[in-house]
Design a protein around this ligand. Structure first.
Ligand SMILES: [Zn+2]
Length: 91
């Protein structure tokens, strides 16, 4: 059981590293299917994916709507926090 968990964690960090590309639709079809399937099965990764999507949507909106500097600052901080979070090794 614990062996399964360890390999699942490794898979999670691999998936999370590719989520940026997944959101940008920059992955091959097969890779998208793999990530989509993982997100269906893995709640923590799904939450991370939702956060990434939200941040990306915020950035796009702030780019087109000339968001106040304060909002842009907050979005940038959020992105940096997410990136740091993803790089943290769970083991
Ligand atoms: Zn996962």
């Amino acid at each position: 059981m614990s062996a399964f968990d360890a390999s699942h964690d490794a898979h999670c960090s691999e998936i999370l590293q590719r989520i940026f590309f997944f959101i940008d639709n920059e992955l091959e079809r097969a890779d998208c299917d793999e990530i989509q399937q993982h997100l269906d099965e893995c709640q923590p990764c799904l939450e991370k994916y939702k956060l990434e999507s939200t941040v990306k949507a915020l950035v796009q909106r702030s780019c087109t709507e000339h968001a106040p500097d304060q909002l842009r600052e907050r979005v940038l901080l959020r992105i940096r926090a997410v990136q740091v979070d993803i790089r943290v090794d769970p083991s």
